[in-house]
Design a protein. Sequence first.
Length: 93
Amino acid sequence: MTKSELILRLSEQNPHLYQRDIEKIVTTIFDEISEALARGDRVELRGFGAFSVKKRDARVGRNPRTGASVHVTQKFIPFFKTGKQLRERLNTE
């Protein structure tokens, strides 16, 4: 599902709201999650999961084409851990 599909589905479920208002709400939520992660905070949505940032240390890697050693700087990557309710919902038979 893309962001535009999410907005469309929400507007269909809530005909009393304008689509532009729903778009602002969805954009604001995603922006706040992104800003929190950029600050290094953890974002938890109960029943859905938690977003956090993990640090990858600097290391020496290899260029797969030439085999030469390459210095890779430290990086921060987003990490998502699913919540218990989401895992149970996905694994019901």
